[in-house]
Design a protein around this ligand. Structure first.
Ligand SMILES: Cc1ncc(COP(=O)(O)O)c(C=O)c1O
Length: 429
């Protein structure tokens, strides 16, 4: 019925659907029923726009909607939604434990996929509800007492720093903070800054792999090594790197690493990962103790969060499998290339100030820019309402502006039309 637009539901079709008596509540299923993305073609040695167009067809976004908010929330692909719906239907037809047993097996399969995805072992993988939960399992679970110190980075996500500050009030440990430098001064600068800030009482260091603010990329491997050599635990927040960078935790060697399925992995909402290095598992306590933990390693203690959405576990695995089919390195290269295309285009627009450093060792797939004297929130609203381009407005002034976070479902033509729209509205607002 609604298949004229490469399988996408466009706005005109949407209007027809509504006029024909379709209800919003029924729409997701109805829209989904129309989307038959077909199998992905083999990945060419040098993936071209034709290949990326077939990748985009795996998603439900209409052709005229450009989604540049991966750092906030990514769309789940059609196969992920299908997996979620299939399992949900099955479970709700028969919610008996006997019927659900097969989905529990699927949860362990997802754990194995996750372990391979991050180059870890299944025993080190805990499937959480999001990055915030993983971070809090760590900040609540380490024995920290008066006299101990935790080292934070000023531009960690508020969910990390606020949680440590709250727990410092309760348990009496102190916090030291490594300052942010406005334009990323390079990995060496931060390696040195963290090294100098570690003291004899530092017990834990919490950093961000890629910041959500401007997309600064951190030399996590080196910082973890320096901490490890001094017996200091490390928490790496991977909310903005998991599902876009080709992460190798055996190489990075953090004690804890966290991420969300609903961001760059394009998985279901309210799923995430907490990696707990085998060497750190005896140094952390679970803060939530309930039933239904995982079957191996750390998941037995740290994943026992009570009843979960079994369908979501399956969908999470499906999201990772889609990325595996395309290839981790291929996805990273594509997202980085799209970000570079934005940076190059923005440089040519008069008055634009780009806060994200373009060097590949200083940023990845997030670009923040200030649109001169144009109000960022008004520009973002015009992009959304008039052009159907989804971005994130993030304040104004220093390190304020519009955040663009393109991912592998974005096409070159969408980058170019966004740049043209930014230019147009900056000239007219
Ligand atoms: C670096 C970073 N950490 C943590 C979070 C929180 O993620 P979630 O809401 O999925 O827990 C975000 C959200 O944008 C983030 O950017």
């Amino acid at each position: 019925m609604l298949d004229r637009n490469n399988g996408y539901l466009n706005r005109r079709d949407f209007a027809r659907w509504m006029m024909a008596g379709g209800t919003v509540a029924a729409l997701p299923l109805a829209a989904f029923a129309c989307v038959k993305p077909g199998p992905l073609p083999p990945v060419p040695p040098v993936p071209d726009e034709a290949f990326w167009t077939s990748v985009r067809r795996q998603f439900l976004m209409p052709r005229d909607v450009t989604v540049l908010c991966a750092a906030n929330l990514c769309p789940a692909s059609a196969p992920v939604i299908e997996a979620l719906l299939n399992a949900t239907r099955d479970i709700d037809k028969d919610p008996g434990a006997e019927n659900r047993r097969k989905w529990v097996a699927g949860r362990e399969a997802t754990r194995r996929v996750l372990a391979e995805f991050l180059n870890a072992t299944p025993e080190e993988i805990v499937i959480t509800r999001n990055t915030s939960e993983g971070n809090n399992i760590v900040s609540s679970g380490i024995d920290l007492k008066p006299g101990d110190e935790v080292l934070l980075f000023a531009d960690n996500h508020p969910s990390v720093n606020a949680a440590f500050q709250e727990k410092a009030k309760r348990f009496g440990f102190t916090i030291r903070v490594v300052d942010l430098v406005e334009m990323h001064p390079g990995p060496e600068y931060y390696i040195d800054a963290f090294r100098k800030s570690l003291g004899p009482n530092t017990k834990l260091l919490a950093i961000t792999h890629v910041t959500g603010s401007v997309g600064d990329l951190f030399p996590t491997k080196e910082i973890c090594r320096i901490a490890r050599e001094r017996g200091i635990l490390t928490l790496v927040d991977g909310a903005q790197s998991f599902g876009v960078l080709d992460i190798d935790l055996a190489d990075m060697q953090p004690d804890f690493f966290t991420g969300s399925a609903h961001k760059w992995p394009c998985g279901p909402k309210e799923f995430g990962v907490l990696y707990i290095n085998r060497n750190a598992q005896a140094k952390i306590w679970p803060s939530i103790v309930s039933l239904y933990g995982g079957e191996v390693g750390a998941s037995k203690r740290f994943e026992a969060l009570g009843q979960r959405d079994e369908a979501g576990f399956i969908a999470f695995g499906e999201a990772l499998q889609l990325q595996n089919k395309i290839g981790r390195k291929v996805i990273e290269a594509r997202a980085r290339e799209l970000a570079q295309r934005f940076i190059e285009g923005l440089k040519k627009i008069n008055g634009v100030k780009i806060w994200t450093h373009p060097a590949p060792e200083r940023s990845a797939a997030i670009v923040l820019f200030l649109p001169g004297s144009t109000d960022p929130s008004k520009l973002a609203a015009a992009l959304y309402e008039k052009e159907h381009i989804v971005t994130n407005a993030r304040g104004s002034g220093v390190r304020g502006g519009i955040r663009l976070s393109p991912h592998f479902y974005v096409l070159h033509e969408e980058v170019d039309r966004t740049l043209a729209a930014v230019r147009k509205y900056m000239a007219s607002m």
